[in-house]
Ligand binder design. Structure first.
Ligand SMILES: CC(C)(COP(=O)(O)OP(=O)(O)OC[C@H]1O[C@@H](n2cnc3c(N)ncnc32)[C@H](O)[C@@H]1OP(=O)(O)O)[C@@H](O)C(=O)NCCC(=O)NCCS
Length: 322
């Protein structure tokens, strides 16, 4: 049976690192409050002239280098983002051009913070169906462009960045010992539209700002993340004991810890980057995968579970063997 193996990974973070203290100057907040409620210590913000496609292209080049491939070795390129440079064309076609990929196809996926998991599941489907042999999946965001800097309940939580993963078709024997993507689980429920959304877009002729009922999102997050992780693990035929690493969406350390507990996973087996990146939405999982590999944690053969939830609500999980 065909499997989508991991060929390479890379990431990019804008140069500008913003510590929590930055917000103490303009808002009634504190470094202590932000750390205790979210685990975030700093985040990166893109420069004025840096767009989502620029961040994504940097990450794409890093992943190509890691895989020992050229842009034209790719058949397809997917960018998961809710903050594309323009309404259209897609950020993915912009990245395709910027990295010098002259064939194949490129498109965006928009599932907010769950975007990377949705894109990974779709890339896997393209490979398993024989539509593409090599697919780059990028999560890239410039959430700093949709922050209301007067809203202390949101603006301290998000950051900018990009991560990229390259998948390649390979043969497997259909067991949980195979390398590559083993199982995916995707979900959404539009009845929760109003607890996490942007109050602008094409219909308002504005870009808008992120609005969130933090407590409500928090309430859904742990329950839905643990459930989707369990569904994906069941479908892969593995249990928590088999899992080497959980690589969760990096929104909040309290959500990460609560979900790990419900999954019976000790925190030593969870890759955490939220303290350094904040919530980078669709970029957070590929950023954590890339950092995890660079730190020597993720090794070939390791069993990995990724899980994410975001606006929609949309949520899902992917089980893969590195
Ligand atoms: C946003 C979040 C950190 C707030 O933490 P919380 O413990 O739920 O805090 P509450 O919302 O109950 O707010 C408690 C108080 O802190 C205040 N507060 C909010 N942001 C603050 C800040 N940056 N600094 C200081 N106080 C703040 C609130 O105004 C509230 O004050 P009040 O009681 O006087 O009204 C938390 O709800 C959360 O992480 N939610 C999930 C968010 C998330 O991860 N979203 C993305 C998912 S993809």
């Amino acid at each position: 049976m065909k499997r989508a193996h991991i060929k390479g990974v890379g990431h990019y973070l804008p140069e500008n690192v913003v510590p929590n203290a930055h917000f103490e100057k303009t808002l009634e907040t504190s470094n202590d409050w932000i750390i205790s409620r979210s685990g975030i210590e700093r985040r990166h913000f893109a420069a004025e002239d840096e767009t989502t496609s620029h961040l994504a292209s940097h990450a794409a080049r890093a992943a190509l280098k890691d895989a020992g491939l050229e842009a034209n070795d790719l058949d397809a390129l997917i960018v998961a983002t809710s903050t594309p440079d323009l309404t259209f064309p897609s950020a993915a076609t912009m990245v395709q051009h910027q990295i010098g990929m002259t064939g194949g196809f490129a498109f965006d996926i928009q599932a907010v913070c769950a975007g990377f998991v949705f894109a990974l599941a779709n890339a896997n489907a393209l490979i398993v169906s024989g539509t593409a042999k090599r697919v780059m999946v990028i999560g890239a965001e410039t959430f700093s462009r949709i922050m209301d800097w007067t809203d202390r309940g949101t603006c301290v939580l998000f950051g900018d960045g990009a991560g990229a993963l390259i998948l390649e078709a390979a043969d497997g024997d259909g067991t949980a010992q195979d390398r590559g993507v083993l199982a995916t689980d995707l979900n959404s429920d539009g009845t929760y539209r109003d607890i996490l959304y942007v109050d602008g877009g094409v219909s308002t002729k504005t870009t808008g700002y992120l609005r969130m009922e933090g407590k409500e999102v928090f309430r859904h997050a742990i329950e839905k993340l643990a459930a989707t992780a369990h569904t994906a693990m069941d479908s892969a035929g593995v249990t928590s004991e088999d899992v080497d690493w959980v690589v969760p969406h990096q929104a909040n350390i309290r959500i990460i810890k609560g979900t790990a507990k419900k999954m019976n996973m000790p925190m030593e087996n969870v890759i955490v980057t939220v303290q350094d990146h904040g919530n980078t939405s669709a970029a957070s999982i590929p950023l954590a995968l890339s950092v995890g590999k660079a730190e020597g944690k993720l090794k070939q053969g390791d069993l990995v579970v990724t899980e994410a939830i975001g606006g929609g609500l949309a949520w899902g999980a992917v089980v893969l063997r590195w």
